[in-house]
Design a protein around this ligand. Structure first.
Ligand code: ZN
Length: 262
């Protein structure tokens, strides 16, 4: 029987992360919070003492200093954003910061090289519908983690665009029968699918749920997230890990891919 790893990640460092951290702790679900120092659309960012407190029980990852789209700024600015956010978060938390997430999921191969040079060991993307440990890519020891579902009610077309943009037709086709416009139903469908595969296969799989705490408030998704976590704990059988731990699991079992694949 294969294992199913469950990981979460939430971006932008909004103050609603404090409420989210309580919810995660209530169900002992592991997560990684990707936190920039400032974010144009975050009306209320976490203060440094709040980030320090969160880092005592949740993994904190880099999300640049000012949340620019890296592909729209110069190489020099991208370098500073990537290096400086690692130093800043390490000063604030007193811990090594290993995971990084590029704002809105936009990056190129230079940015992957810069993250490796800065000392990050993994990057989370916004690619969705992935679940196979075998499909997670590495650039030497640097792990690129795609996701499975977002805590957001996407249309079928949004999932199609997300996959087609990355030429991942196989992910879309293999998941189309799991689609539902409600994120919670879609995620439950996906988990049932992974669970049935785990009964008959030796291969390990993961489910990576990501989102933004400010969206939970904006779209009234708190209740559905709590219900989903309660259901996970009731069903059992999942291994709950943060993003850098998932990257470490991948690191120990995957072949390298060429850097120019990105
Ligand atoms: Zn962001």
């Amino acid at each position: 029987m294969g294992k199913i790893y469950f990981t979460c990640s939430f971006d932008d460092g909004h103050v609603a992360d404090l409420r989210l951290a309580e919810l995660l702790a209530k169900f002992n679900v592991k997560a990684t919070f990707y936190i920039p120092r400032s974010c144009e659309w975050c009306s209320a960012s976490l203060a440094e003492n709040e980030i320090r407190t969160l880092s005592s029980f949740i993994e904190v990852g880099g999300h640049t200093m000012t949340h620019p789209i890296l592909t729209k700024v110069s190489y020099k600015q991208a370098r500073n954003e990537i290096f400086d956010c690692k130093h800043w978060l390490e000063d604030v938390t007193g811990k090594a910061i290993r995971s990084f997430c590029p704002p809105v999921g936009r990056f190129n191969k230079d940015h992957v090289s810069l993250q490796r040079e800065a000392g990050f060991t993994s990057m989370r993307t916004v690619e969705m519908l992935t679940h196979s440990m075998g499909s997670v890519k590495k650039v030497r020891d640097f792990v690129i983690l795609p996701t499975t579902c977002q805590v957001y009610n996407h249309s079928n077309i949004s999932y199609l665009k997300n996959n087609v943009k990355r030429m991942k037709f196989v992910s879309y086709i293999s998941a189309w029968r799991l689609f539902d416009a409600n994120w919670e139903t879609m995620s439950r469908n996906f988990l049932n699918y992974l669970y049935s595969m785990s009964l008959t296969q030796q291969q390990d799989h993961y489910f990576h749920l990501w989102g933004h705490s400010w969206e939970l408030s904006q779209f009234s998704l708190w209740q559905s997230l709590e219900r989903f976590f309660a259901c996970l704990r009731e069903v059992g059988g999942f291994e709950f890990i943060d993003n850098s731990t998932l990257a470490e699991v991948v690191r120990q079992g995957r072949q390298e891919v060429a850097l120019n694949a990105y």
